[in-house]
Write a protein that binds this ligand. Structure first.
Ligand code: PLP
Length: 415
């Protein structure tokens, strides 16, 4: 929040904003859609849809290659999107913004490229117990290849990291710490500032999985001082197939390319290839041009709406949902950390989460059920999965009331 933000400015006109999202007017089984699966993917506002359409109808062309008019237009729009993203996360340099396919692709890029150069036999990679599979498996693969070991920061019963255990695990053997900023399954907001400060005290770089943070809170990469940050366009009101890896210039310059091909080269001979400068060194082949441009439009939309106002509105909504859910008999929360954002996970009595999710769907309420791509975390809680309601600023208290009614009806049927 800046000094000029007033409470009035922080309160969004949600009913007006909902009109920007055509899909929110959809009816499911004849009733208005209640969309609480925003952690899986958010809905898209009109400016994002229009950016996609305009690219393909007005200036579809490849980037960085043609001298002709359309190619120049496409290149300018693509690079303007990069500038918008750099500005949004306060990167020191535009070339620290790499367009990828999404969070998964961004993390794989770091695991392979950083891992190939900086991880060796006997080294360790430190992740946490609440990671999404996409921040576990790439590290397992590189650890296996290099003879390194994957270590895991444990969590307590509330779903918060055990920071005293982190202190013990953080030794000079660790070559990189890779943790999620916000847990997609529990909603826990991790103390990433402390993690980064402690890792940096030992010269260990930190990767943040910001897939569930970027859309909910302001993120300033220079203040945070994270070395790498990964996020997906489709979870922040942009299209699927596009995402971002932010990397500090010094690391990206020191790392070998991830993929080889067009655009990432300076000069190719059969004897030797020299690589392009940042960011192109990490953008082999024709990128998702329309996706990048539409992600730029999504960033504009978030900026115009106001990320502080989004955060404030969502925090109020989540507090309301939490209070209403707390009153449901036999409902227990999975994850109850002091700092949380985005999602609430729960179970009701002995009802299988899948059964509850299916019934809620019949009441036109979309929630996610299952392990949420965090199987090891579900194992720690000794549960098959959870029901997860995940929120956006465009959700309303009336929709939360619908969710509560739906759960009550389902309880009467299933319990
Ligand atoms: N990390 C977290 C915390 C997530 O929630 C997700 C998706 O749900 C991912 C990574 C993977 O994102 P994507 O599938 O867009 O690559």
């Amino acid at each position: 929040m800046t000094k000029t933000d007033t409470i009035a400015e922080l309160n969004l006109d949600v009913e007006r904003l909902r009109k920007d999202f055509p899909i929110l007017q959809t009816k499911v089984y004849g009733k208005p859609l209640v969309y609480f699966d925003n952690a899986a993917t958010t809905q898209k506002p009109l400016p994002v849809l229009q950016a996609l359409e305009q690219y393909y109808t007005i200036y579809n062309s490849n980037v960085h290659r043609g001298v002709h008019y359309l190619s120049q237009q496409a290149t300018e729009a693509y690079e303007a999107a990069r500038r918008k993203i750099a500005g949004f996360i306060h990167a020191a340099h535009e070339h620290e913004i790499i367009f990828t396919k999404g969070t998964t692709n961004s993390i794989n890029l770091v695991a392979y490229s950083f891992g190939r150069k900086f991880i060796g036999k006997g080294d360790e990679v430190l992740i946490s117990a609440m990671e999404h599979h996409s921040n576990i498996v790439p590290w397992q693969l590189i650890c296996e290849e290099k003879g390194a070991t994957l270590k895991v920061i444990p969590i307590n019963e509330k779903g918060a990291l055990k920071m005293d255990e982190f202190d013990k695990l953080l030794t000079e053997k660790v070559k990189i710490v890779a943790v999620t900023y916000v847990s997609n399954s529990l909603g826990t907001v991790n103390p990433v500032e402390e993690i980064i400060a402690k890792a940096h005290a030992l010269d260990i770089p930190v990767l943040l999985d910001a897939a569930q943070a970027i859309q909910h809170m302001p993120l300033n990469v220079q203040e945070l001082d994270a070395d790498f940050i990964a996020f997906s366009g489709h979870k922040m009101y942009g299209p699927t197939g596009i995402g971002i890896l932010y990397g500090k210039e010094k690391w990206l310059n020191a790392m070998p390319p991830f993929e080889g091909g067009g655009d990432m080269i300076k000069n190719v001979t059969f004897a030797k290839t020299t690589y392009n400068e940042l960011p192109f060194k990490f953008e082999a082949g024709t990128p998702d041009i329309s996706g990048a441009i539409a992600l730029g439009a999504a960033v504009d939309y978030i900026q115009q709406t106001g990320i502080h106002a989004i955060q404030h509105t969502e925090e109020e909504l989540i507090a309301y949902a939490y209070e209403r859910l707390s009153a449901v008999p036999s409902l227990r929360f999975i994850g109850d950390a002091a700092r949380r954002a985005g999602a609430i996970s729960f179970l009701v009595g002995n009802i299988h989460p899948f059964d509850l999710g299916e019934l809620l769907d019949k009441y036109s309420i979309a929630v996610r059920t299952g392990h949420h791509c965090t199987q090891p975390l579900m194992e720690i809680f000794n549960i098959p999965g959870t029901v997860r309601a995940s929120f956006s600023f465009y959700n309303t208290k009336a929709e939360v009331d619908e969710l509560i009614k739906g759960i009550e009806k389902a309880r009467r049927i299933l319990e």
